[in-house]
Every structure is written in C-alpha cells, then in structure tokens.
Design a protein around this ligand. Sequence first.
Ligand code: SAH
Length: 362
Amino acid sequence: MRTNLLGLDLKGLEAFFIELDEKTFRARQLLQWIHQYRVTDFAEMTNLSKTLRQKLQESAEVTPPEVLQEYLSKDGTRKWIIKLSCGNSIETVYIPEAGRGTLCVSSQVGCALACTFCSTAQQGFNRNLTASEIIGQVWLANEALGKEPKGNRVVTNVVMMGMGEPLANYKNVIPAMNLMRDDLAYGISWRRVTLSTSGMVPMIDKLREDCHVSLAISLHAANDKLRSEIIPLNDKYPIAELLAACKRYVEGSQRRHITVEYVLLAGINDSDKDVKDLIRILKGLPTKINLIPFNPFPGTDYKCSSRNVQMRFKQQLIDAGLVATIRKTRGDDIVAACGQLAGEVQDKTRRTERLKQQKEVA
Ligand code: SAH
C-alpha cells in the first residue's frame, strides 16, 4: 500500500525518506509542496529529480479527504461534510471573524464518550481519524477558501473542537497538530492551536511533553456529582485531578492559561450556587472561562439558559476577578454550532440502539 504523505509531520517525512534511501531535507520540500502549494501530483514537484518523483509515485501518494457537501450560513460560517470510507462522514466548520478565521477540526468518527448534552455522543463511535484525515481538514479549508501559497492566512486559528475526543486519538492528533504549527506547512502559533478535551488526565500530562499547543477543558460542572452525570468520564478523572493536571500544564510557562468551557444548561448547572462553586474551584489557576449557550439538537431535553441567566453567570465570574466571555453562537442555521456536529457515523458501539431502547422504555 502507498503511504499517504499528507499526514506525515517533519519527523515522519524524514523517516520516510530515510527508508527510501534519500536525503532528509527532501522532507522540507515535500511539506511545502503538499501544505503550502497544495500539489498532490509528484510530477508537478519541480525541484525534485525525475528519478525521485518516479520513486515517490511508486511508493507514496498525497490524498486529501473528499468533500461531500458544503454549507454556507447566513453569518458566513461554512461547514463541510467530509466523506470517509464505509458510509461514514465527519464535519469541519470554518468561522470567519474580523481579522481571523477559526477552523473547528474533528478527530474521530463519532465519539466513544457519552456526554449527555452533545449531539456527536448520541451517534456512538466508529473509529479514529488518521493523521491525514485530520490535517486534511485544514488542507481542504485552505483549498476551498482559495488560499494562495504566499497569500494571507485564511485559517489563522485551529480548534480541535469538532467531532470526537482528540486525546483519545493521541497518536494521530499529534502529527496533525505538528503540521498546523510547522512554518513549512501552516505555521500557526501555539497560542492559536487549541486542543479541547473532556478531561483525559494522563494524556494532558503527555501533551505537555509532546506538543506545545493551547489547552481547553470541557468542565461544564463545578461538582463531581453533576459532572459525572453529564460527562461520564468524570468518574475516572474527577474534577480535582483534572484541575491538578491543568495546573501542571501551565506550570513554568508564563503566558499559558487554560480555557475552561462551560455549557450553560437551564436548571442544571446555571444557578448562583454553581457560579460560587466554579469560582472556588478555579482559584489559583490562570483561566479564561468560555460560557457556551447550549445548542439544541434533535431528541435532546436540555434547554439553553436564558440570556439573563447567561449574563448574570458571566458577571458574577467577572466580579470575582475571573476572565469570562460568552461564546457567540455561529452557524446554527446550518447545524454547525458547538455540539451539533454529527456527520454520518456507522456506530460500532451500539449506543444509538441502546439510546433508542431507553427512550422506548421511558
Ligand atoms: N471532546 C472534546 C472536543 C469537543 S469540543 C471535548 O469534550 O472538549 C466541543 C465543545 O462543545 C465541548 O466543550 C463540548 O462539551 C461542547 N458541547 C457539546 N455539546 C454541546 C451543545 N449541545 N451545546 C453547546 N456546547 C456543546
């Protein structure tokens, strides 16, 4: 089988060329051809010798994933449905704002965690995305948005906040994020590449060692009882352990902070007591709190907190000296808002079936 070079970071490409008995500087040339010029045909890579191009044609390929459909929201947000093998598809969202463009990238087909307020979770899980499929989303966005090799960046920020739990697909997420960061590929600063996790504590520690990016955690509750109810992973890694890992993550790096995501669910986690608990547990950790108004999806019973409650929650955090913002809902008319991404998941975990049965019994 041919190796898809799209998903290899500098180290991976260097290893590939060593294997081919070629010089490692070829890796740098390939990165630029693939990610900056978006050339997929080796024949067009004119600074490589003919024999090397031939060799590459025999052993490798550059194959980006295929776009099945593109949607454009009234607010300029774009969503691409990306076709994968075996009837699966995933979603990628581009959110343009004044002076920046954020790409929300998926890491898995579905998700194996069962957070009760998330649409992806209801779909069950099929498989991890390959590194090519992850970085392929950035490649495709640049292609679709017509990025010129030397033109301004169209994707200035990447958030690993699409479908899936990125730290559960560590092996493939790391090379993809290395490529986002590499100046020979997308050259995005670590501050603008954010990995969001539901709280896989040991992998947070590993990430700190392996790849310099910003970290966001999906906290969503300030006590373990509630958090375990809505994020079952909390049973394994409770709040205190998660926050301790966050402390370790920012240690020694002056400009780091943790983004704390907190989805506002009416009557569930939005009371004055919840704010007080949140203020208490976040004491001493450099954070930016991002309150996310809950985005509904078919079949959910949760409701979004009212605008008044959202503002009150935010103000109390600010009054306590914390940094807090309310995430603006984008692309909800094309079902592209946080927690709404679903794609097409051929569920291997039978979760969809079980959820259906539970509903019938209830
Ligand atoms: N699995 C990772 C990456 C997903 S990021 C994580 O849990 O962090 C997507 C963010 O949107 C997470 O903070 C997630 O909890 C939040 N989210 C999920 N469902 C949502 C919904 N219906 N409305 C608003 N935010 C939601």
